[in-house]
Design a protein around this ligand. Sequence first.
Ligand SMILES: [Ca+2]
Ligand SMILES: [Ca+2]
Length: 353
Amino acid sequence: MNRSKRALAAACAAVFCVSTGLASAASVPSSQSIATGFGSTTWYVSDQGGTGAGPFSGSCSGGPGLVITDASGPTGASDAYDHAWVIFVNGVPYSVGPTVDLTGTTYTGPASLMSGLNVSVQYHFVPGDAVARILVTLQNPGASAVAVPVQVSNNWGSDSTTTIRATSSGDAVVGTDDRWIITSDSYGPSDPVNLSVMYGEGAGVVPAAYTTTVFGCAGAEGLGTTFNMNVPAGQTQRLMMFAGLGGVMENNNTVLSAQASASFFASLDSLDPAWIVGVGQAELDSIVNWGPAAPAFSSCAGEGYVGDQFKLCQVICSSSLTGKPITPLIRLWTSTYGADPLCPSATAPLLVN
Ligand SMILES: [Ca+2]
Ligand SMILES: [Ca+2]
């Protein structure tokens, strides 16, 4: 977790943007194992996530339902999940059927009419980190608003030894004020550490409830999340969530690294650009569980900087484009002006860590 890693990720994101743009869409069977190349990180997906009894009861019976059945973290530690990231609409699991689109590491299910909404779910498995992005699209084709609960159900591989290691509120207790939650087993950890990011700062829609008891699958320990949605007629709303494994941005399996990584999942501005690759502006604008991003940087002059501040802005921004070391300049900026500088090369503040 350091600036160079983050800057590198941003640069890779730009390149990857081009490569995914060229990657051809392919219709593939819905059962897939997707290794992302970040250590041994591997995600297993299928359409067997049904429980027979809704999101937070029943069992992993294997009925229709899109699911990340399991995942291995960057170190190769296996058994992150016993079925997770199943999306239920009013208690019914979203199912993709026999085939899906797989473009690069982006797995996209077809739209399915559920409770009056066209629902689709996409999993994007980030190549450079042990991170999955879960994007739920709810499109209302009707003439009146649709109010419906959307439930997200995760059963942990850590089973009866599940331990809540950290939450974004600063304690080890799960509450709806928690944007993210880190759990693991009570060993080394042995199974991959699990980071679950359910919403961002400034969100218009946050979970109405969390439960740590879900459907049974080698125990019922997990994280169940309920969003009470209300999608206006003719409109589209989206929910974006993230899953992290092990050290998340580091190739290890420590709670400390997962916790350091979690701090980057605060807002649209702090997210690594690589994590939202492929999500267009219109889609970002429709995401209701993250607050809007800060206005884009225009230019040093356009920001209204004058004198020394204008000159320092120019040096930092031109150096950030050429890759020269800029940390001392950023420290000077931050200590003088009390905020992180912004540059056109970065969609997020240039954080000093
Ligand atoms: Ca379990
Ligand atoms: Ca908490």
